[in-house]
Ligand binder design. Structure first.
Ligand code: F6P
Length: 326
């Protein structure tokens, strides 16, 4: 088989800060290697609709610092059907695309895996999700920026919490994973961190708060991942209040603020490295793998092993949070 000549890049699923830096790296690495490169708008939706444009070096100028994704993104229902994927294949063929770089999360990798097996076009995935819940990489694009956004917000909340002697329940994103909650909770010195990976016991949480009072704490922050089994920050706050009314409490749901903003230097560098490696991988004839960074080194993981259900939360960090929040 001859060298690949035409590739495409797209972003899919929830946007994540650093996706633009990654698109830039893919486009520029492709052009550096004399490949023709196309951008597909709105992820798999745009692939189905044929919303595909040629990209030049200039198309990705002045975007490394921008959050969101210039290629836009979507969660496609139609791509879950064989008919939808057949339409997408026709469009890739029409543009002569021989390899694709897919930037996104779990759903993106699953879609890429099914599609490339069905239609034989090589895909390389790049983990881009603030949730950081893909196996085969220590860090996904957007995670570092998201936890910094949370920490900045919680620092501000702490000022008012301390001034009023209040207890704040701060809900962060993470439907199925507690990675944002865990790291931002440690970095912001939270009194407790509730994650979907561990069961939440309200009496235990109350006992912890009571210990804090005995240690002269007059206010507090509880970080609650949206997917926690306690039911999110509002429900947890309500359950605590029913049994323990010592503090005046407030709830803050940070929501999509966590998905926006200028990416951190860390996210930009990781995105640039992985974007570059993804194109190199297609040139070398690799397919159906996700690029990752493990212990600082570039790695490749087959799509089927990269899905979120294989990944466990870091027990050492959970213990650390427990010790430091006394
Ligand atoms: O997967 C990223 C994520 O931000 C999750 O943390 C969150 O549960 C979900 O996307 C929200 O999705 P949407 O923007 O479609 O509401």
């Amino acid at each position: 088989m001859g060298k690949i000549k035409r590739i495409a890049v797209f972003t899919s699923g929830g946007d994540a800060p650093g996706m633009n830096a990654c698109i830039r790296a893919v486009v520029r690495t492709a052009i550096f290697n004399k490949l023709k490169v196309f951008g597909i708008y709105r992820g798999y939706e745009g692939m189905i609709d044929g919303d595909i444009i040629p990209m030049e070096s200039k198309s990705v100028g002045n975007i490394i610092q921008r959050g969101g994704t210039i290629l836009k993104t979507a969660r496609s229902e139609e791509f879950l059907t064989q008919k939808g994927r057949a339409k997408a294949y026709k469009n890739l063929k029409r543009f002569g695309i021989e390899g694709v770089v897919a930037i996104g999360g779990d759903g993106t990798c699953k879609g890429a895996n099914i599609f490339s097996r069905e239609h034989g076009i090589p895909f390389i995935g790049i983990p881009g999700t603030i949730d950081n819940d893909l196996a085969g990489t220590d860090f996904c694009i957007g995670y570092d920026t998201a936890i910094n956004t949370v920490v900045e917000a919680v620092d501000k909340i702490r000022d008012t919490a301390a001034s009023h002697n209040r207890l704040f329940f701060v809900e962060v994103m993470g439907r199925d994973a507690g990675f944002i909650a865990l790291r931002s909770g440690i970095a912001s010195g939270a009194e407790a961190i509730l994650v979907p990976e561990t069961k939440t016991y309200i009496p235990e949480l109350i006992a912890k708060l009571q210990n804090g009072i005995r240690a002269n704490k007059t206010s507090g922050i509880i970080i609650v991942a949206e997917g926690d089994d306690g039911g999110g920050a509002y429900k947890v706050a309500q359950k605590v209040k029913e049994k323990f009314n010592y503090f005046d409490t407030r709830v803050v749901v940070l929501g999509h603020i966590q998905r926006g903003g200028s990416p951190t230097a860390m996210d930009r560098v990781r995105a640039s490295r992985m974007g570059h490696e993804a194109v190199q991988a297609l040139i070398e004839g690799r397919k159906n793998e996700m690029v990752g960074i493990v212990k600082g080194q570039i790695t490749f993981t087959p799509f089927e092993n990269a899905t979120k259900h294989h990944i466990e939360i870091n027990q050492e960090l959970l213990n650390l949070a427990e010790v430091l929040s006394i």
